[in-house]
Design a binder for this molecule. Structure first.
Ligand SMILES: Cc1cc2nc3c(=O)[nH]c(=O)nc-3n(C[C@H](O)[C@H](O)[C@H](O)COP(=O)(O)OP(=O)(O)OC[C@H]3O[C@@H](n4cnc5c(N)ncnc54)[C@H](O)[C@@H]3O)c2cc1C
Length: 383
């Protein structure tokens, strides 16, 4: 694999850096992307509108859909630069990576008309309604019911841990439309406007971060049947492929790389850190090695995505597992090197520990990711 960026990719990176420098609040942190206040929501939208105006929001989409057929590598450059500063697109990174492409691939003409314009303009906020109180790792056991009644589905049930639900215009919602012996059959995808009557969003209080996760309750919500994406009962196959793109689009290695650079600077400036001690460099070396490995696994998955290789979902799972380990490794490096000072509230180390811990659960737990690698990548027996 050739790791050299092309001149065009370097130019794109420079353009993004300059946009970020001019438009990102200097105090923006990676927890701001969870949009703790209305001001942060407004900032996220304004930032994305600016990207859209400059052709930097969805360049890898076909021209017919508002993009310019740029390569997935260009999309990766954009991901890296934005994750590197704490992902100021907020939830809109999901629009670019997988929600938009899913609607393009499977949506009706009417759905495309309705959903693309706001996504392309940088104005659409989506959330992902998958997990339920008793269905996380075992997602196929989900129970939120959608019962067909004429031209509508009547939806009843509860989702949990939903990020961005408080600010979302739409929910990419998984529902059960049929009961079957195989729980993976009978799941459908509904594209649900969050302002429909009967939807209630409640914040789940968490330590330190506001509006990180929510509960979303659905009580007799009438969702037009025309909002179903793809075939009825075919939701499982739809999300299996989509989730790979969600994982690969999270270029978190860039954030961690920059955090580790910052850690070195802080350690060199701090009193009481013995930088002559070989353990100091071993700790940093280990964290940097995790990060380099995760970056390379990300690139391997991007290439498989671009090649439409059958290996893509497996490589995406491998990358996802490495990402969580990288994040935790960096968090431990902060503590090992700076001690308690590495965890001062709202410091880079504090963010790293919170974010690192969350990344071993959110988007699928680390254990489940490792299971996927074992079964599908390495071919180990399920027992
Ligand atoms: C910050 C954050 C944001 C999130 N955002 C969203 C969101 O926007 N939308 C959404 O739908 N969900 C979201 N989630 C939910 C997330 O997808 C689930 O938390 C995750 O899939 C795990 O499910 P669970 O919490 O029910 O844990 P469980 O599935 O109950 O797992 C508990 C523990 O058991 C282990 N375990 C379970 N089954 C196995 C097995 N077969 N083999 C080995 N170990 C196993 C798990 O690894 C874990 O350690 C978010 C979670 C977090 C933390």
């Amino acid at each position: 694999m050739d790791f050299t960026w092309t001149e065009d990719e370097d130019a794109l990176r420079a353009e993004l850096k300059s946009y970020i420098e001019d438009h990102l609040r200097p105090t923006w942190t990676h927890t701001d992307r969870d949009m703790p206040t209305q001001a942060t929501v407004d900032e996220v939208i304004a930032f994305c509108q600016g990207l859209a105006e400059r052709g930097l929001l969805i360049p890898a989409w076909p021209a017919d859909y508002g993009g310019r057929d740029a390569s997935l590598w260009e999309q990766t450059v954009i991901s890296e630069e934005l994750w590197g500063v704490g992902e100021p697109r907020g939830p809109q990174y999901m629009n670019v990576n997988w929600i938009g492409p899913a609607v393009r691939q499977l949506g009706s003409e009417e759905q495309r008309r309705e959903y693309f314009a706001p996504i392309a303009a940088g104005e659409a906020m989506w959330c992902q309604g998958f997990s339920e109180p008793d269905s996380g790792s075992d997602l196929s056991s989900l129970k939120t019911a959608a019962v067909r009644d004429g031209e509508y589905y009547v939806v009843d049930g509860q989702k949990i841990w939903t990020s961005y639900a408080h600010a979302a215009d739409y929910c990419f919602l998984l529902v059960r439309t049929a009961k079957s012996e195989n729980p993976r059959r009978g799941i459908s995808v509904l594209l649900v406007p969050m302002n429909l009557p009967g939807i209630e969003v409640r914040e789940i209080p968490t330590l330190g971060v506001r509006h990180l996760v929510h509960e979303v309750f659905f009580t007799d919500v009438a969702v037009p049947a025309a909002y179903r994406l793809g075939g009825e009962n075919e939701g499982w196959n739809i999300i299996r492929h989509l989730l790979a793109s969600e994982r690969v689009g999270n270029a978190r290695h860039e954030w961690v790389d920059r955090s580790l650079d910052r850690l070195v600077d802080e350690a060199l400036a701090a009193d009481g850190v013995d930088t002559a001690d070989s353990r100091f460099w071993e700790t940093l070396g280990r964290a940097a090695a995790w990060t380099a490995a995760s970056r390379v696994l990300n690139y391997a998955a991007v290439q498989a995505w671009a090649d439409e290789s059958k290996e893509y979902p497996n490589l995406a799972a491998t990358y996802r597992a490495s990402m969580a380990q990288m994040e935790l490794g960096a968090a431990y490096a902060f503590v090992d090197v700076l001690g308690a000072d590495g965890l001062v509230a709202s410091s880079r180390g504090d963010y790293q520990l919170v974010g690192g811990t969350l990344s071993t659960i959110g988007g699928g737990s680390l254990e489940m990711q490792l299971n996927n690698v074992a079964w599908y990548q390495l071919g180990l027996p399920k027992g």
